[in-house]
Design a protein around this ligand. Structure first.
Ligand code: F0G
Length: 361
């Protein structure tokens, strides 16, 4: 079964192939969150949970296309720099495609679940004494020298696959509300998704399938300690200034040089969106908010909800809006962050009386 016509590949008309190297990616849930919706105070709020993809993040949508392209090209070694999720997806899809994979990770800054995935799927893991941006510099040079085929979001075929996130959100809202969302709020690292969604919507407008007025406002959220895109939007700048020192608990978006900024900045501006920075504390609070609705996400994902709350508080988002928040990765990606944000286990004796006593205690 090559999964043609399903998941990401249901949108083959918008993609370069009929199917790809696949582990059945896409068709992720668009969850209702009635309590959170009421608390945030918007007309409608839905959570598009990309953590429900095969390797637990949206990267699978890009890899099913990108690894297929690599196969067509006949390359034998695939490579990426990664804050973790890209490496997990590349390792899985590269293995499925029968290719060697090389991943460069910032030492000490990648969540446990992601390293475990890259490791078990057989990637060669290089731990770099530097941050993600340094890893990406090196991988780009390796690719330029013919050492490997690059599968970061600089690879345009990755973004082709990630367009389907936007297409699924539009269809989901149309089916449930008879209207498209006013706004899509998403976490931003390299701004690959921001670029991909903008491209998807532009193509729909050009094809006459979507009114230009109905394009959702693309709204990016970064962690305050790694917010070069927000800085550029606030300053009305045409270029993003690279931040050399970045820090955030949301390690997936611990990025100082968003390489897709030239494509993403126009996307945010021309859709009438914005970009906002949130604290690590607000991210953890939002992670708990989602967990209360039964949705488990990693910290970077919760940035979307934290950003929406802040935009509501500032009056930039009004209460009549229909909003989709993108949650990009699964809770189990970063078990340490989840355990730190949640409640602690309580030690009890191994007998029923002792347990009852403890509960009454
Ligand atoms: N959320 C998660 C969970 C991510 O892993 C990433 C990027 C982003 C958001 C940012 O997405 O780059 O499209 O703006 N992770 C990359 C990686 C950098 O290596 O896994 P973007």
């Amino acid at each position: 079964d090559d999964f043609a016509g399903e998941g990401v590949w249901r949108y083959a008309d918008a993609l370069p192939f009929e199917t790809g190297v696949t582990t059945q990616e896409g068709a992720t849930p668009l969850y209702e969150v009635p309590r959170l919706e009421a608390d945030v105070g918007v007309e409608a709020l839905r959570i598009k949970h990309e953590g429900m993809n095969p390797t637990g993040s949206f990267k699978d949508r890009g890899m099913t296309v990108g690894v297929r392209v690599a196969k067509e090209l006949g390359v034998d070694r695939l490579a990426c720099a990664s804050t973790g999720n890209t490496s997990a997806a590349l390792a899985a899809y590269g293995s499925r495609g029968g290719m060697e994979t090389l991943v460069l990770l910032p030492a000490g800054k990648v969540a446990a679940g992601k390293i475990a995935q890259a490791s078990l799927h057989g990637a060669r893991i290089l731990e770099v004494d530097g941050n993600f941006d340094a890893c990406l510099d090196i991988v780009q040079e390796l690719a330029a020298r013919g050492e490997a085929y690059l599968l970061n979001s600089l690879n345009p075929f990755r973004l082709e696959g990630q367009k389907t996130i936007g297409l699924e959100i539009l269809e989901g809202f149309r089916d449930d509300y008879g209207a498209f969302p006013d706004r899509i709020v998403l976490p931003v690292g390299n701004a690959g998704n921001t670029s991909a969604l903008y491209k998807a919507f532009r193509e729909l407008v050009q094809a006459g399938e979507l009114d230009a007025d109905d394009v959702p406002k693309l709204t990016g959220v970064q962690a305050a300690g790694a917010a070069p895109m927000v800085e550029a939007i606030e300053n009305g700048a045409d270029e993003v200034r690279r931040w050399d020192d970045v820090e955030t608990r949301a390690t997936a978006i611990r990025i100082g040089n968003p390489v897709n900024a030239p494509k993403a900045l126009p996307g945010i501006r021309e859709t009438g969106g914005t970009a906002i920075a949130v604290s690590d504390e607000a991210i953890t609070d939002a992670q708990r908010d989602l967990a209360e609705e039964g949705i488990g996400v990693e910290p970077a994902s919760a940035a979307s909800v934290a950003g929406l709350r802040k935009l509501r508080a500032e009056g930039i988002v009004d209460d009549a809006e229909r909003v989709a928040c993108l949650t990009t990765g699964h809770l189990l990606k970063d078990p340490d962050a989840a355990a730190a944000a949640g409640s602690d286990p309580e030690p009890v004796p191994a007998d029923t009386e002792g347990v009852i006593e403890h509960l009454q205690g």
